[in-house]
Design a protein around this ligand. Structure first.
Ligand SMILES: CC(=O)SCCNC(=O)CCNC(=O)[C@H](O)C(C)(C)COP(=O)(O)OP(=O)(O)OC[C@H]1O[C@@H](n2cnc3c(N)ncnc32)[C@H](O)[C@@H]1OP(=O)(O)O
Ligand SMILES: O=CC(=O)O
Ligand SMILES: [Mg+2]
Length: 536
């Protein structure tokens, strides 16, 4: 196999091991990935450059707004292509990493859809990415099973959730595969391998190749995905429109282009999802030290704060106007063994799902199998007999208004020393976990992943680099206090992790990554880009 792979002109695999994944890294699959890369990688890089230009113009005082040049898209009549039967009812979707046991648990959870995640919930080690592909390949053929070290056996039940796959975002590369000397786009690699091996199989089973698209910043990036889909469907000679995608609206710039994004993908569009955590991160990242955009403690930014509520409402309107589904986001509260904490978590998730259902969402995300019935119940309550979504609710009462998205005011919002310390602690613990190959973690009774950790590190950067900010108790926020808290939190983390885990070295690396991120004069766009340099 290795000999064969080396025969593909221009393709080089620099993976730590090819023992796993050989069956998927076939010559024809890799040729497909190489073809995608050669056709689309330059455009991907140009669009990443364009992100930098948008950032520069915001830095120079230009405010985001709805685009004048695409007004006709917003003002004309059109709808998305028909959405397949198995994507009509999405009232509860579970998400999770592509780990084999979790894939089985998620598919068996009773949720309508499972989003298998190569992005926020995944640490992109070579093993995780390749084993993830194998797990999904097996899941689609109903041959995924697993025996835990404890002897517990896992098998797929009848009628599992419909599978959707979230490839990594446009900003990432897969460093283990080089094409013509360049690292392959991680999006094209994850998409390409999955699509190549599973599209026909899924169509033959009455389903299809379904995707979630993360971290888009503009409709031009959606157009790039659309062109990838067109080429991929031609390549496998399957009907155009077989692929269906749900786009995460999780950047502030994408919130100004929701209809344009739906339009760009309208032949392949299944809906939009309100990716709240990356969205908060994006607001901090885009407006940096602008005094009108300083956020208080992370715990005070909720879906009921006005700018988040406006984003959530406008998303439903954009979708329903165009016949697409609107899917709610992830509450970070997760079940706990502590009875009181557990009770509160269920209460919080219930409130969150009730609110989403009441503003017209067609379904939502949950982080854990035990939360499936909670979300299900709230959506069942708004879906009367025979109704599977709320797309007929056109949200006439909602207005698309830039000001509502941009007024980042939180009544009673405060930056506290506890919030500052918590951000340091959680971001370092998460990066340490990520470097250990675990991309989603339960920390202090909350789900943490790449998006939530980004908020923590971005807040520390914002609070330090704005200059002159004070804690609620009047103490100044500066680098001196940061160093002091960092030392204390590091000691607390060492105690929590124990000697053996600390000795493995990843805590040191995590602290280094975190410290570089928050001290860098320039705001580094993604923590995973820096941390990837330290990953195997
Ligand atoms: C911002 C965003 O992008 S949100 C989307 C991305 N993030 C995610 O998808 C996070 C999804 N959730 C998770 O990964 C997990 O729930 C965690 C890491 C937060 C907590 O996991 P754990 O600590 O294992 O939870 P817990 O011990 O309660 O798990 C109990 C059982 O449920 C399973 N489980 C928990 N969450 C999930 C899930 N999302 N999917 C499938 N199975 C799950 C566990 O594997 C375990 O199975 P077992 O009893 O067979 O061993
Ligand atoms: O991907 C989801 C998010 O909230 O970020
Ligand atoms: Mg996200």
């Amino acid at each position: 196999m290795i000999d064969q792979l080396e025969k593909i002109e221009g393709l080089q695999i620099v993976a730590p091991s090819l023992d796993t994944g050989r069956e998927l890294l076939t010559e024809d699959a890799l040729e497909f990935v190489a073809a995608l890369h050669r056709k689309f990688n330059n455009r991907r890089k140009e669009l990443l450059e364009k992100r930098k230009q948008v950032q520069e113009s915001i830095d120079n005082g230009k405010m985001l707004s709805f685009l004048p040049e695409t007004e006709n898209i917003r003002n004309s009549d059109w709808t998305v292509a028909p959405i397949p039967e198995d994507l009509q009812d999405r009232r509860t979707e579970i998400t999770g990493p592509v780990d084999r046991k979790m894939v089985i648990n998620a598919l068996n959870s009773g949720a309508k859809v499972f989003m298998a995640d190569f992005e926020d919930a995944n640490s992109p080690t070579w093993e995780n990415c390749i084993n993830g592909q194998i797990n999904l390949y097996d899941a689609n053929r109903r041959q995924v099973d697993f025996t835990a070290d404890s002897g517990k056996e896992y098998k797929l039940k009848e009628d599992p959730a419909v599978l959707k796959v979230r490839p990594r975002g446009w900003h990432l590369t897969e460093k283990h595969i080089k094409i013509d000397g360049e690292e392959v786009s991680a999006s094209l690699f994850d998409f390409g391998i999955y699509f190549f091996h599973n599209a026909k199989e899924l169509l033959s089973r009455g389903s299809g190749p379904y995707f979630y698209l993360p971290k888009l910043e503009s409709h031009l990036e959606a157009k790039l995905w659309n062109d990838v889909f067109v080429m991929a469907q031609n390549y496998l000679e399957i009907p155009q429109g077989s692929i269906k995608a749900t786009v995460l609206i999780e950047t502030i710039s994408a919130a100004f282009e929701m209809e344009e994004i739906i339009y760009a993908l309208k032949e392949h569009m299944a809906g939009l999802n309100a990716g709240r955590w990356d969205y908060i991160f994006s607001i901090i990242k885009k407006f940096k030290t602008n005094p009108d955009f300083i956020m208080p403690d992370r715990s005070q930014v909720t879906m009921t704060t006005p700018f988040m509520a406006a984003y959530a409402e406008q998303l439903v309107k954009a979708c329903h106007k165009r016949g697409a589904h609107a899917i709610g986001g992830m509450s970070a509260f997760i079940p706990s063994k502590n009875e009181e904490v557990n009770k509160q978590a269920f209460k919080k998730v219930k409130q969150d799902k009730k609110r989403e259902a009441s503003i017209g969402y067609d379904g939502t995300w949950v982080a854990h199998p035990l939360l499936v019935p909670v979300a299900m119940e709230e959506f069942n309550n708004v879906l009367s007999e025979g109704k599977v979504n709320q797309k007929d609710d056109l949200r006439e009462q909602v207005e698309f208004k830039a000001d509502n998205l941009l007024q980042i005011e939180i009544e009673g919002g405060k930056i506290t020393e506890a919030g500052f310390r918590n951000n340091i602690n959680v971001a370092i613990l998460y990066i340490e976990s990520w470097l250990n190959g675990v991309g989603a973690a339960a920390l202090y009774n909350l789900m943490e992943d790449a998006a939530t950790a980004e908020i923590s590190r971005a807040q520390i950067w914002q609070w330090l680099h704005t200059g002159g900010l004070k804690f609620a108790n009047g103490n100044p926020i500066d680098f001196q206090i940061y160093e002091h808290f960092l030392n204390e939190e590091r000691k607390a983390i060492e105690e929590m992790l124990g000697e053996e885990r600390v000795a493995s070295g990843n805590l040191n690396k995590a602290v280094r990554v975190f410290d570089n991120l928050v001290k860098s004069q320039e705001f580094l766009p993604f923590l995973t880009l820096l941390a990837y340099e330290y990953l195997d």
